[in-house]
Design a protein around this ligand. Structure first.
Ligand SMILES: [Cu+2]
Length: 278
């Protein structure tokens, strides 16, 4: 019949859509049947002076039929939903692409962990409303909220998940077709709710690499430009650590680690041996 759902680019959208259309067709059939019968009965049993009204006490057979059939349909839908829910939600594929998305009135705060793959470190990158992911790779997403309940909705991925303040929810998605997709908020969250919209950029491997390298230039991670990229704090902290490590050593501190002591002994033995040969 109608195909008015947005394009599906997710690995599991097919089974969700199938369930959706199954419910849709059953509902449509029930609607048409009930409406048609109502119109027929309205006409057939209209006021007629030649006919007396009668009292009816129902029909046991009919009542059993219209109770048992919907009950079976509901049980079937419940079982089908359960298996699809498990397939989608519980089979979380392994992945190294992780992001954190936090809802706030009225933006999506997106946090990328950077090359070290750890959140809340210095190489994190945070931006509002731009979600960049590589095409065809599972993405693990950690959801939270700063104020009220929001709902991250990616219709093309058949993904919708509420975000609750004070709680981190883990979910995953995968986009199998490159492109840009809308990410609206699906939970009425305040005055600016209707304008709360981000963009999901599903990048080809080349585009993703280009975006990634722009964000985290390879030189930085190779250490070529590392000092320039460091914050003042880091430089200071690094300097302090260096001092603490290097200063006491010339005075042959006894608290040196065993390894250091060993290597010092070896060094002494080596130089002694060298002296002996010379
Ligand atoms: Cu919202």
């Amino acid at each position: 019949m109608m195909q008015w759902l947005p394009e599906d680019v997710s690995p599991y959208g097919g089974s969700i859509d199938a369930l959706f259309y199954f419910i849709y067709y059953i509902t449509a059939a029930a609607f048409i049947l009930v409406t048609a019968l109502m119109i027929i009965f309205l006409y057939q049993y209209r006021r007629d002076d030649s006919r007396r009204a009668v009292y009816t006490h129902g029909h046991t057979g009919l009542e059993l039929v219209w109770t048992i059939i919907p009950a079976l349909v509901f049980i079937g839908l419940g079982l089908a939903s359960k298996s699809i829910w498990e397939e989608v939600k519980l089979n979380v594929p392994e992945t190294d692409v992780e992001i954190r998305v936090t809802g706030k009135q009225f933006n999506w705060e997106v946090l990328y962990p950077g090359p070290d793959k750890e959140f809340e470190t210095d190489d994190d990158y945070q931006v509002d409303n731009d979600i960049h992911v590589p095409v065809g790779k599972p993405v693990r997403v950690f959801l939270g909220s700063k104020d009220v309940i929001h709902s991250l909705f990616m219709p093309n991925l058949r993904f919708k998940q509420d975000m609750l303040p004070g709680r981190q929810i883990e979910a995953w998605f995968q986009a199998n077709k490159a492109g840009t997709y809308e990410v609206p908020c699906a939970e009425l969250c305040g005055f600016g709710h209707s304008g709360m919209k981000g963009t999901l950029y599903v990048d080809t491997p080349e585009d993703y690499a280009a975006w990634y390298d722009k964000r985290w230039p390879p030189a930085e991670t190779n250490g070529g430009d590392a000092s320039a990229a460091e914050t003042t704090e880091e430089v200071l902290a690094g300097g302090a650590v260096m001092d603490a490590e290097t200063m006491p050593e010339p005075e042959a501190e006894p608290a040196a680690t065993e390894e250091e002591a060993e290597s010092a002994m070896e060094g002494a033995a080596d130089s002694a041996a060298q002296e002996a040969t010379e």
